[in-house]
Design a protein around this ligand. Structure first.
Ligand SMILES: Nc1ncnc2c1ncn2[C@@H]1O[C@H](COP(=O)(O)OP(=O)(O)OP(=O)(O)O)[C@@H](O)[C@H]1O
Length: 280
């Protein structure tokens, strides 16, 4: 799919995440330096850059795995002032700010079925419905209703992935591409407003990459959340991103549409130039 065909229209006030002057130091090493950009609702924002550019560190700051050294991370909401992620504990960034993520390496529960993986993702909601009591778990109609809804949601996601027939299979036995998509569905079962995906296309064959693109565009267009996407696979990132941020040595060197990024001399030098060399 061309970048133009993939691009969606964001409303002017659709800013979901503002990253301002974000810096993350590890001792003397500056992994992310003064990075500023915005991600919008109903858009896929790609984050690219050569190895070691600071992409995963940026994600780790946004999702609360690291406390940034300096800078501000504002998650904008419809119903209140922005949440300042750099001041929140990691678990609250998931629960309250509703930022979900996947990792470079697959982190499904391999021995649990595909369906169970999607149910476990909804554990927090189920525990709230139980009133956090044993009696609540076994008796309360509210819990039983929440459990039925959780199962329904899990099945809907399996249908969306075309994996209903694999519902009872151990997640670890699924084909690699299916595991990747199941992991994204698991993150989506937490009802995020921002989904952060760290190299979801790593290890996928071209057919699986195309299925992934389709799933991400569907999430953007039908569910309307914002997606932040770290990806080395240019067919994925250029094909589906509305907007791309390029990092190099921790600094932002470009920020624009896929077409602008592909033409940017600094990007060609730092990143795409390396790709061209590799392809020869
Ligand atoms: N916990 C840490 N402690 C010390 N240095 C770190 C830590 N995490 C990352 N770094 C360093 O920060 C820099 C940026 O790393 P990061 O993993 O964010 O890059 P990246 O762009 O995600 O790379 P890749 O594409 O290879 O995954 C690297 O020099 C890395 O060694």
């Amino acid at each position: 799919m061309s970048a133009a065909a993939a691009t969606s229209v964001a409303l002017p006030d659709d800013t979901l995440l503002t990253v301002e002057h974000l810096t993350m130091r590890f001792g003397g090493l500056v992994a992310v330096e003064e990075v500023t950009f915005e991600a919008k609702r109903r858009q896929i924002t790609g984050v690219i850059g050569p190895n070691g550019a600071g992409k995963t560190t940026l994600f780790n700051c946004i999702t609360g795995f690291y406390k940034p050294t300096t800078g501000r991370l504002s998650l904008h909401r419809d119903d209140g002032p922005p949440l300042l992620l750099e001041q929140m504990d990691g678990y609250l960034i998931g629960q309250k700010a509703r930022v979900a993520r996947t990792f470079q390496n697959i982190r499904l529960f391999p021995g649990m079925s595909a369906l169970e993986n999607l149910m476990v993702a909804q554990h927090n909601k189920l525990m709230r419905a139980s009133g956090f009591t044993f009696l609540g778990l076994i008796g309360m109609p509210g819990y039983r209703r929440a459990e039925a809804e959780a199962k329904e949601k899990a099945v809907r996601w399996l249908e969306r992935l075309g994996m209903v027939n694999l519902a009872d299979d151990p997640a670890g036995s699924l084909p690699y591409g299916a595991q990747r998509r199941l992991e994204i569905a698991r993150a989506m079962c937490t009802d995020p407003v921002l989904l952060c995906l760290d190299e979801p296309a790593a290890g996928l064959n071209p057919r699986e990459s195309a299925e992934l693109n389709h799933l991400l565009l569907e999430i953007r267009d039908q569910i309307g959340i914002g997606i932040l996407l770290i990806e080395h696979d240019m067919s994925v990132v250029m094909g589906i991103s509305d907007h791309i941020v390029v990092l190099d040595y921790g600094r932002k060197i470009a920020d624009g549409t896929p077409t602008e990024i592909q033409r940017d001399p600094a990007v060609i030098r730092a990143y795409l130039g390396e790709e061209e060399k590799d392809d020869r």
